[in-house]
Design a protein around this ligand. Structure first.
Ligand code: GLC
Length: 712
């Protein structure tokens, strides 16, 4: 009999429930206060996992109790939020998604895993796979943006990166695909609020990244806080049991989110902890994160026949199997190996490439010979903000600021600095001095945006614009007539049409992590080309939210000349910046999208070609997006669906033909039963440097199927 079955046969009910209990460590608070477990509780085997404890001292102390003082010596599982770096912080995921580079996504996760494992961590609560289309929702910062194909590739890359080739390796940590599912569609963008999306939208938009994570072998899934169509995800039998475990065949650990089992009472679906524990266990949730509901409620739930012992055994078996796969039974100390090789270079490379140049009148790259630059704004020297909203073990003092970066990159240039205003407060007494700094300056660099904790969890904002009195500061500097480069540090698009209009250049610098300042200076000076592209549509006005490129067609698509069409009477429909937008210092022109054959059959590979020309004297690195639209489908297909992207590099003045191949099956849609189906008929293909429909190249293709049943 296997080790796990032998163990289960020996375990008491309390010890089994202990394996289903994750307790807080007190080292980092990521939710409302919860009591840490007593050492007595640990000794009785009432805790099987610890939330957010890391470091040799802390983890060894707790692990020693489990291994030396409990009856069965079952090792503890240490889980920590390692979203985009552990000690060495990489750009926030929303920024990193904009590299459109799965290999890089995997590399940063691999590096983060090695650092975390060296700190005794065996599982991360990442990747965060919430498709997000509402910038009021602060957690957009933690994910891959708005598109499910990007999400699926991000999910697979991050799962591979965190877990490596062998989950028992000393530098591997278990990946947790979270938050399953739909949180990005929270009502009015408000954190923890209810979600009400159609079954079709769930399967088209919110589930694909999780499917990809499961197919990539993720070891765990975390259920989301929110309800979907009235059923809290922590108790959602159709999506957890039937879809995730049944249809996708996921047999890893499902965990609740922080205190979420107890919060089934707040959802109004459980009268007490006993009912809450029973609902969650029956839905397939194995691990109770810090609510204590399983420990307090399952014995009674069992006694009242609300759950069966086989449910408890099944959950305990999955947790024990995860520990076995992680090698914790064989060598619980293996993960204290030496930290990974130098990851600070990777942090610099990823930060450089996440920077997104939104507008530029030619002021960038900075010309040689600048004598004086006025660096103004509350984010210029904000070292601690550079790590973004989700970092626990990082030391912000390790981060470089744009002031550091510019001073190092331009040693002969006088770099002056004034904050002018703070990030959020109302004091404008510093605006005058900041403005005065511009006198005699060759350039002003405005460093504006959010504090790191203004995005991430519990950071929904109704007004997704510049907080505090930063606009006043910016307008005062703009009035001086000095050329202005504006850097926006944020975890979401900020709605600043007036700034996009008036600044000489606008750069999305997100929260770039350890090497932020150097990376920004490298791009501003032209030492590195700006290659970041938006993984999210950037609204022009908060009244447009939610706004995303893959919308279903309106019955009367917008037409400027016709009032009776789908448009606003007070602002344009178009976003400020489209998905995929991002300028280079070079200028690439795409022409002549063509397909090898206008007809294709199931199983075919559809070859497309595009001509690209670099019209500039600088090297070009572009991302070309391929979209499609099923013109007649079982359900109205989105006006654009992302099907692939290809990178292209062009030397100055170089022309090239860029080729790509799409599998016919990638054009499938979901039929009336939500099953994937390739519908015979016409498709439109599009190619472009963003989802800006006014600039897309297009071609038509037709799926033919000899045995095609006549379709209405
Ligand atoms: C938080 C977050 C989740 C995180 C967990 C543990 O509430 O929702 O993303 O992994 O608690 O810190």
């Amino acid at each position: 009999m296997s080790r796990i079955e032998n163990l289960l046969g020996e375990m008491t009910l309390a010890e089994k429930i202990g394996q289903l209990t994750m307790a807080p460590s007190g080292q980092a608070a990521t939710g409302p206060f919860r009591d840490e477990p007593t050492r007595e509780a640990l000794r009785r085997g009432e805790v099987g996992a610890i939330l957010n404890s890391w470091g040799v001292e802390a983890t060894r102390d707790l692990q020693s109790i489990a291994l030396e003082e409990t009856r069965l010596k079952i090792p503890l599982l240490f889980g920590v939020d390692v979203l985009h770096g552990h000690k060495t912080i990489f750009p926030i995921p929303l920024a990193e998604a904009g590299l459109f580079d799965p290999a890089l996504w995997e590399r940063t996760a691999r590096a983060a895993a090695a650092e975390a494992a060296a700190d005794g961590v065996a599982l991360t609560f990442a990747p965060m796979l919430d498709t997000a289309r509402d910038p009021r929702w602060g957690r957009m910062a933690e994910g891959f943006g708005e598109d499910p194909l990007v999400g699926a590739r991000f999910a697979a890359a991050k799962t591979r990166g965190f877990q490596g080739g062998d989950l028992a390796a000393a530098d591997a940590i278990a990946a947790t695909a979270k938050h399953f599912c739909g949180g990005g569609a929270a009502l009015a963008g408000r954190e923890y609020a209810a979600v009400d999306v159609s079954e079709r939208t769930l399967h088209e938009v919110y589930l694909p990244p999780f499917r990809a994570a499961v197919e990539a072998g993720c070891a765990a899934v975390m259920a989301a806080f929110n309800s979907v169509a009235g059923v809290p995800m922590t108790a959602h039998v159709p999506l957890l049991r039937d879809y995730l475990r049944g249809q996708l065949g996921f047999d890893g650990v499902i965990m609740s989110d922080y205190n979420a089992i107890a919060e089934l009472i707040d959802h109004g679906v459980a009268a007490d902890l006993v009912e809450a524990a029973a609902l969650a266990l029956r839905a397939g949730v194995d691990l109770d994160m810090v609510s204590g509901a399983y420990r307090a409620g399952l014995p009674q739930a069992l006694a009242r026949g609300l759950v069966e012992m086989r449910d408890i055994d099944a959950a305990a078996r999955r947790v024990l199997r995860l520990k076995e796969r992680l090698g914790l039974f064989d060598d619980p100390w293996r993960r204290f190996a030496a930290p990974a090789a130098e990851t600070r270079e990777l942090a610099l490379d990823s930060a450089r490439r996440a920077i997104t140049l939104l507008t530029n009148d030619g002021v960038l790259p900075l010309r040689a010979g600048l004598r004086r630059i006025a660096v103004i704004g509350p984010l210029a020297d904000a070292r601690a903000e550079m790590v973004g909203p989700w970092t626990l073990a990082a030391d912000p003092a390790q981060c470089s600021t744009i002031l550091d970066g510019l001073r190092a990159a331009l040693p002969s240039c006088e770099i002056l600095h004034a904050r002018g205003v703070e990030i959020r407060d109302e004091d404008v007494s510093g605006v005058g001095a900041a403005r005065a700094l511009c006198a005699g300056a060759d350039l002003a660099v405005l460093c504006l945006g959010e504090a790191a904790n203004m995005s991430g969890e519990a950071a929904s904002r109704a007004r997704v614009d510049l907080p505090g009195r930063q606009r006043e500061l910016a307008e005062s500097v703009l009035e001086t007539g000095v050329p202005v480069v504006t850097l926006l540090f944020s975890g979401r698009p900020l709605i600043v049409p007036w700034l996009a209009e008036r600044a000489n250049a606008l750069v999305a610098t997100w929260f770039l992590g350890a090497r932020a300042g150097e990376a920004i200076a490298d791009v501003l000076t032209g030492r590195v080309e700006p290659t970041g592209r938006l993984a999210i549509t950037w609204p022009r006005d908060r009244g447009q939210i939610p706004i995303f490129f893959a919308e279903r067609p309106a019955s009367r698509p917008a037409k400027a000349s016709d009032p009776f069409t789908s448009k606003y009477i007070d602002i344009a429909n178009e976003p400020q910046f489209a998905f995929g937008h991002g300028l280079s210092y070079a200028r690439v022109e795409l022409t002549n999208l063509r397909v090898a054959s206008a007809e294709f059959r199931p199983g075919d590979r559809i070859r497309v070609e595009i001509d690209a020309k670099n019209l500039s004297d600088r090297p070009a690195q572009e991302t070309i997006f391929l979209f499609a639209r099923d013109l007649v489908a079982a359900a109205a297909a989105p006006v654009l669906e992302l099907k692939d992207w290809v990178k292209c590099e062009l030397a100055p003045q170089e022309s090239a033909t860029i080729a790509a191949e799409l599998r016919a099956e990638c054009l499938s849609g979901l039929d009336a039963t939500l099953a994937p189906r390739l519908t015979p008929g016409e498709f439109a293909l599009y190619a472009g440097l963003s989802a800006d429909r006014a600039r897309l190249l297009s071609a038509r293709i037709r799926l033919i199927r000899e045995d095609a049943a006549a379709t209405v």
